[in-house]
Design a protein around this ligand. Structure first.
Ligand SMILES: [Zn+2]
Length: 117
């Protein structure tokens, strides 16, 4: 559990938040292109502002297949941020070993260590 230092976690959380914002921006562009202007209001909140409500789940309700890839990515990031919050981040969900900082730097949403993956 003590495998990651607080500054490493902060660094990875920052990257997760940046990736999330990138996905949100792309989603917003898709919605604008598809003429769903009124739905964009939903996206004007910062991640986390809506409490425990998942932005990805809200977007999934739109049933726009063009957004599926983004929604999957957002769900992965939301889950990773939740694991950070719970103090479970960086621990392999299969074997309980450390996922390892270098692997998380490459894949901040990784749930499993390289062996289990
Ligand atoms: Zn493992």
């Amino acid at each position: 559990m003590a495998a990651l230092t607080q500054s490493q976690i902060n660094q990875l959380a920052k990257k997760l938040n940046e990736d999330y914002k990138t996905l949100l921006r792309e989603v917003r562009e898709e919605l604008e292109n598809s003429g769903n202007q009124h739905r964009i209001d939903l996206l004007n909140e910062e991640p986390g502002d809506s409490g425990d409500e998942s932005m990805a789940n809200a977007l999934a309700d739109f049933n726009l297949t063009i957004l599926d890839r983004h929604i999957d990515g957002m769900r992965d990031i939301e889950a990773a941020l939740q694991r950070i919050k719970n103090g479970e981040y960086g621990v392999c969900t299969d074997c309980g070993d450390d996922v390892g900082f270098p692997r998380l730097q490459a894949y901040p949403t990784a749930k499993r260590c390289i062996v289990c993956q």
